[in-house]
Every structure is written in structure tokens, then in C-alpha cells.
Ligand binder design. Structure first.
Ligand code: NDP
Length: 302
């Protein structure tokens, strides 16, 4: 039976950074990814990765992927369905294969939160989208709305303004909680109109989206609705192995990226750390690799 030192579930910034470090520490490492490069690959511009003034999300994701691979990580495009422990060994299974390891790192990220408004499911991919970078180009000279008041909404609005003729940003509070630099850009972009204290009551259309009705009674006629209202951490696998979560369903980790289960680590957007930034997830991945290395060494692994 082949036993890896480290099984990493997730191929975003956090998982790939963990993998790159683990391989450099001579850990026999395998990484499983559904979306190579992770969520960052759906971001248009990244301007807060230290040392790179500006790059695209897909470029950053593919460089991290290439770096982990070049370091010696075995990369698998497989979806892991179950995680369990037998004796000292963790077993992860995809629909095709099963893998064994001494440690597990959850870098499982998060999924887009849905609005739950009437019409959202019906018009998914027919005008309703969760990714401006993926779908923005379909809205050339069209009118679109972004729902959300965080940094993601601001960044998506700025990207969409490059294509669309008009971009509404629908914010339920009276404040846009974007990074100051993005906030300023949004407020100064003439194609963008921010509607504060407004919420979507319904997305309507026939074949595709034709507009939204807001709870205030206002109606916006438009062709695209982009939902950017935050993320839900993907932690179902961590629950299977008994890792503790907080009330937001994020995996609890300490400063060593250790979960409540010995030999199990977590990093990035699936954890309870405050700053859900690519670079902080990456740092948590590095920490997980180091303490995973200590764990394997302590268990007589070398
Ligand atoms: P946030 O959780 O920061 O913001 C979500 C926004 O959506 C809030 O304005 C929230 O409103 C609103 N919202 C939530 N639910 C609803 C709803 N049902 N109807 C209407 N509005 C709703 O999510 P983001 O995705 O913007 O950011 C998540 C994290 O990712 C943040 O920490 C951010 O800094 C980070 N980020 C990092 C980037 C990077 O590394 N470069 C890029 C983009 C984001 P309310 O305030 O009322 O709750």
C-alpha cells in the first residue's frame, strides 16, 4: 500500500502553497483539485499579491499550480468524496480511487452564496451569474447589476464596466465595504451607479433575464445579474473526520494551521481566519506544510 506523507484537498492559493512547501520539505505529497488554481482564477485583476504589481487571477492560479508541480507535488484532478482514518492512516476516496496518507490538509475553499430570490435558479446561466470574469464578455453594451456590498462586488463591478453600457451595484446597507482603492474606483467610474439600501425582491424575464424588482418597488430593466454576496466555506469533508467548526461553519485552526484532529490541517477560505485573502490563505498553507512535516517527523516518518 502506497502511503503519502501529505494529502492536500484543494488546489487554490492555499492548497498549492501548502503543496509547494511540503514537497520542498521532502514530504511525499499528493494534491487533489476540482478547479486547478481555485477561486482566484475567476478574478480579473489581482493587485495585492506582494511582489507583483498587477496580474490576472488565471495567471496567478496557473503560476502557483506550475510551481507546486515543479516542486514535486503529484497533482490529481479528482473530487474527493470521503475522508476517514484507520489506525494512524488517513484514507481519502474519490469516485475512482482511494489514497492513503499520514496527514491531511483541507484547502477546500468556499462556494458562492446564493441570493435565494425568485428567478435566481430559473435564470442561472441565462442572465444570472456568480462570476464576472467568466461571463462578463457576454454583456457588451448591455445593462447589468451586481448584488453585494463587499470587495468582490466592487471588483466585479469594475470589471463589468469594461464591457457593459451600465452597471448597477445593489447594496443592502448604506455602505460599500470595499477596499479603499476599489471603493474610490467604483465611485469614480461613470458607468457604475450604486444603489444603497436596496435589495432584490425578484429576478424576472422570459427566456432570459429582463430585469429585477427591488424590495423598494423600483424596477431595473437589464440583461444580467451578477451575485457577489459572499462565500460559504466548503467544510463537509472536514466534518466527516471530526474537525471542529465555528458557527459560520468554518474550520477552527490555530496558529499552526492545526485543526482539532491531530494530523489534520486546514488553510485558506475554509478556515475561521479573519482575512479571506489569497495571500493569507497561502501563508496558512505554508504553516500547514511545516507543522505537517513536524507531525510526520515526530511519528517516525523520516
Ligand atoms: P463579503 O462577505 O465581504 O461581503 C458580502 C456582501 O454581500 C456584503 O455587503 C453583504 O451585506 C452582502 N450580502 C450578503 N448576503 C446578502 C443578501 N442575501 N442580499 C444582499 N446582500 C447580501 O464578501 P466578499 O465576497 O465581497 O468578500 C469575501 C472576503 O474575500 C472578504 O474578506 C474580502 O476582503 C475577500 N476578498 C479578497 C480578495 C483578494 O484576496 N484579492 C478579493 C475579493 C474579496 P452586509 O454587509 O449587509 O452583510
Amino acid at each position: 500500500m502506497e502511503v503519502y506523507d501529505m494529502l492536500i484537498i484543494g488546489g487554490g492559493c492555499a492548497g498549492l502553497s501548502a503543496g509547494m512547501y511540503a514537497a520542498r520539505l521532502n514530504l511525499k505529497t499528493i494534491l487533489f483539485a476540482e478547479l486547478p488554481g481555485g477561486l482566484i482564477t475567476t478574478t480579473h485583476t489581482v493587485e495585492n499579491w506582494p511582489g507583483i504589481i498587477s496580474t490576472s487571477g488565471p495567471d496567478l492560479g496557473s503560476s502557483l499550480w506550475a510551481h507546486a508541480k515543479a516542486s514535486g507535488v503529484l497533482m490529481k484532478s479528482e473530487t474527493i468524496k470521503t475522508v476517514e482514518k484507520q489506525g494512524d492512516i488517513f484514507i481519502v476516496k474519490s469516485s475512482r480511487n482511494e489514497y492513503h496518507g499520514k496527514t491531511v490538509v483541507f484547502a477546500t475553499g468556499s462556494i458562492h452564496r446564493h441570493l435565494g430570490a425568485p428567478g435566481e435558479e430559473e435564470f442561472k446561466n441565462k442572465g444570472v451569474s456568480y462570476c464576472a470574469l467568466c461571463d462578463g464578455a457576454f454583456y457588451k453594451e448591455k445593462v447589468v447589476a451586481i448584488v453585494g456590498g463587499g470587495d468582490s462586488a466592487a471588483k466585479e463591478a469594475l470589471f463589468l464596466a469594461q464591457h457593459a453600457s451600465k452597471v448597477y451595484v445593489i447594496v443592502r446597507k448604506d455602505i460599500l465595504r470595499a477596499e479603499p482603492a476599489n471603493h474610490k474606483l467604483v465611485m469614480n467610474q461613470p458607468k457604475i451607479e450604486v444603489l444603497f439600501q436596496e435589495e432584490v425582491a425578484e429576478i424576472f424575464g422570459t427566456e432570459s433575464v429582463e430585469g429585477v424588482r427591488l424590495k423598494s418597488g423600483k424596477q431595473l430593466n437589464l440583461q444580467g445579474v451578477f451575485v457577489a454576496i459572499g462565500q460559504i466555506p466548503s467544510t463537509d469533508l472536514a466534518v466527516q473526520i471530526g474537525a471542529s467548526l465555528n458557527d459560520k461553519k468554518e474550520i477552527l485552526i490555530n496558529r499552526h494551521s492545526e485543526t482539532s484532529v491531530p494530523g489534520v490541517y486546514a488553510c485558506g477560505d475554509c478556515t475561521d481566519t479573519e482575512f479571506k485573502q489569497a495571500i493569507t490563505g497561502s501563508a496558512e498553507g505554508v504553516t500547514a506544510a511545516y507543522y505537517g512535516f513536524e507531525y510526520v517527523k515526530g511519528a517516525g516518518g523520516f
